[in-house]
Design a protein around this ligand. Structure first.
Ligand SMILES: Cc1ncc(COP(=O)(O)O)c(C=O)c1O
Length: 464
């Protein structure tokens, strides 16, 4: 078979058209049991080429059988929906295939990334010496912030490795990447202090300060606080303003993990949830979560680009041969070859403006209010999450959330997951697809109500 991009793009368009039609008709792809995977689809790779027909047929089947994360029935994880202007940007980035390491090999695409960082810097309120990059996701943004903070505490660490008992602080609701990153950075999972959150799922300030004081007394070296803007399960916002006072008082790096909720930055109505973010040392948000850009679009900024540079720049004479470090973005990124994750956000932002992005956020919060009101209006529902959150955590009657979510998936009804706060488990509805309206949210609840009515005998129950 020929390597012919024009022919293959014709096939691409055919498959896309079929997929988009199918997504409307069959919003949930039929579940394939793992043991049937290779019987259902031809995933095998063989020694010899296959025919054009065989190729298009196996590709078509594979695409149509994959979970449809942009459909109206997908609420399973913190991404969903698609903004067409972001999709076109990402498709073009694939075609261009620039690597963002140097100006020489990515040219104006460097300007695209820098323009976004500049605009986000203005929204945050960092000063002119800000810096930033587009890491592979929120976990990597958190990792980069940790490495920078570690090196800032002791620059020699870059040469000697970690020799001191550095201590990390995060709420017990912080993202699980904190633990992994502690291990990767040489600091160690055992040196993460999980601060008990308050009854709203936010980092408890009194316990935080008490723990820092106690660690100092014991000779440990506190150096980093990870505050969350939108916790993964409850969608709670830590009090950044108050946490920043503590971080300044004890000279600790404050990173704001806004992977889930940080995009409130764009909204005049909801930016209040991250009040004080201008006092942080670093910040990230994922445009692939609430904004509908394709995975992954993560934006990471530091208040002082010197800190980013100190940790992530390294000599590489084979690579950096022209231009300067402000335009050779590999000197402030983790990766060497780095795909262009900025173009998709730029195409979207260019098309709809800052006000358009702001409207997306306001719309998502309005849908979340609608969902919460729906839950609050009936005694058959119990709500576990709070206002000002895009996560609506609830139980319906006394159905076991874990069993119910799994059965909804097994029977191709709904893609939805469950979560925990303390020992309490619940269904977690995430308001993630900005092309949804109240109709889709109300339909979500109706599906649960109809499904449980029909299957009440087979779904496990819990005490609530
Ligand atoms: C609060 C928070 N931080 C970080 C992450 C990780 O982001 P990513 O999946 O892009 O690595 C998530 C993902 O859900 C998250 O909710």
């Amino acid at each position: 078979m020929q390597n012919n991009i024009k022919d293959d793009l014709i096939l691409f368009n055919e498959i896309v058209n079929e997929f988009l039609n199918d997504e409307k008709l069959n919003p949930i792809s039929k579940k394939i049991n793992i043991e049937d995977l290779h019987k259902t689809l031809d995933l095998s790779l063989s020694e010899n080429p296959i025919t054009k027909k065989e190729f298009s047929e196996s590709l078509r089947k594979l695409i149509l059988s994959s979970p449809k994360s942009s459909s109206k029935l997908f609420f399973n994880q913190l991404f969903g929906g698609r903004h067409s202007k972001a999709v076109i940007g990402d498709l073009l980035a694939v075609l261009l295939n620039n690597s963002m390491a140097t100006y020489k090999i990515s040219g104006p695409q460097v300007g695209v990334e820098k323009e976004i960082l500049f605009q986000v810097k203005n929204l945050i309120g960092y000063k002119e010496n800000y810096g930033g990059t587009f890491p592979t996701g929120g976990s990597m943004s958190n990792f980069m912030s940790l490495i920078i903070a570690r090196d800032k505490k002791n620059l020699e660490t870059r040469n000697t490795g970690v020799k001191q008992d550095f201590i990390i602080y995060a709420s017990d609701n912080a993202h699980y990447s904190i633990a992994k990153n502690a291990s990767f950075s040489g600091i160690g999972k055992g040196n993460v202090r999980y601060i008990k959150s308050d009854s709203f799922g936010c980092l408890d300030l009194i316990i935080l300060e008490k723990t820092i004081k106690s660690d100092l007394k014991k000779g440990y070296i506190p150096f980093y606080i990870n505050a969350t803007a939108g916790t993964t399960v409850l969608g709670a916002f830590d009090n950044i303003k108050e946490i920043s006072k503590i971080s300044k008082k004890y000279n600790l790096w404050l990173h704001v993990d806004g992977a889930w909720g940080g995009a409130v930055l764009f909204s005049k109505l909801y930016k209040r949830l991250i009040n004080g973010v201008e006092n942080s040392d670093s910040f990230c948000f994922n445009a692939h979560k609430s904004l509908g850009a394709p995975l992954s679009t993560s934006i990471f900024l530091v208040a002082d680009k010197k800190d980013l540079h100190n940790s992530f720049s390294n000599d590489a004479s084979y690579l950096y041969q022209t231009h300067n470090e402000d335009y050779n973005l590999g000197q402030t990124s983790f990766e060497c070859g780095r795909r262009n994750n900025s173009l998709k956000l730029w195409t979207m932002w260019k098309a709809i403006g800052t006000s358009g992005i702001s409207k997306i956020i306001d719309h998502q919060f309005a849908l979340a209010d609608y969902a919460r009101n729906y839950v609050r209006a009936s005694k058959d529902y119990k709500l576990y999450s709070f206002d000002d959150s895009l996560s609506i955590c609830f139980n319906y009657k006394n159905f076991d959330p874990q069993d119910l979510c799994t059965k909804l998936y097994d029977l191709n009804k709904l893609m939805i997951g469950f979560g925990f706060f303390g020992k309490q488990s619940f269904i977690r509805l995430v308001i993630i697809n900005s092309s949804n309206s109240e109709k889709e949210i109300s339909n979500f609840f109706k599906i649960i109500e109809a499904f449980t009515l029909e299957n009440h005998n087979s779904i496990k129950s819990i005490d609530i």
